[in-house]
Write a new protein. Structure first.
Length: 238
């Protein structure tokens, strides 16, 4: 079996890391089902690349929001960025979850099936009042249309389409997804002075170590990193 895994990693058609990972996981499960002693099979330990998240600047977020033509699409982008929502959390929002009087958004059964509340800013509350009054959504905060024309829950592809179409009308060259907006929310809050434990709760993280990833990308109040070339030639930062 190790020969097979070696062939996967060294063959002419090397599979993706995800494919290789699930192959190893599948073999581990098969061995457990077949009661093969673990000492007889040595599967490799998996090491995952430590990638930092892509984050938009504040100006890029403004561009994206301005480029969304429909109020519905502005709110989809605004809620993901403004509340740090995962895409499935946005899609699962019901009208009753938006407590506009108290400026709170109730997120039900987020990752790990945990509920949480996140603050709704004044701009989002104002936009939601206008959207609900004009669009009259049914049950779900954001509705789509089924093949028969009936209202149903908005789709994940619809969310990404709204973001992609808005992005086309900007000069942003980064690949923008719903999760990039969530990363941006976390990074911007740290840069604006929020403490890491409060951010952990707002993001719905179980372990603060997950949240600490954003400390590596946030530009906090510490001596700014610089290139030695600038010091060498006395180039001021523009």
């Amino acid at each position: 079996m190790l020969d097979y895994l070696y062939h996967l990693k060294t063959g002419s058609r090397t599979p993706s890391s995800s494919y290789f990972k699930h192959t190893v996981y599948g073999l581990r499960l098969a061995y457990r089902v077949l009661n093969v002693p673990s000492k007889q099979v040595f599967l490799p330990k998996l090491k995952f690349p430590k990638k930092l998240p892509v984050v938009l600047s504040q100006q890029e977020v403004k561009q994206l929001l301005k480029a969304a033509h429909l109020l519905k699409h502005k709110l989809i982008i605004g809620l993901i960025y403004g509340c740090g929502l995962r895409r499935f959390e946005l899609l699962n929002l019901q009208i009753k979850d938006a407590d506009l009087d108290r400026h709170l958004l109730h997120i039900r059964e987020g990752k790990g099936r945990k509920d949480r509340y996140v603050p709704l800013g004044d701009l989002l509350v104002k936009g939601l009042y206008k959207y609900i009054d004009n669009e009259r959504p049914y049950h779900w905060l954001f509705n789509g249309r089924g093949d028969d024309g009936s209202l149903q829950q908005f789709s994940a592809t619809g969310v990404q389409w709204a973001i992609r179409e808005a992005c086309k009308r900007t000069n942003i060259i980064k690949r923008v997804t719903s999760h990039v907006l969530r990363h941006t929310y976390a990074t911007h809050l740290l840069e604006m002075g929020m403490d890491i434990m409060t951010l952990k709760d707002l993001l719905g993280h179980v372990d603060v170590h997950t949240t600490m990833l954003y400390l590596h990308v946030a530009q906090l109040d510490k001596p700014a990193a610089f290139s030695p070339l600038d010091k060498l030639y006395h180039c001021p930062r523009s």
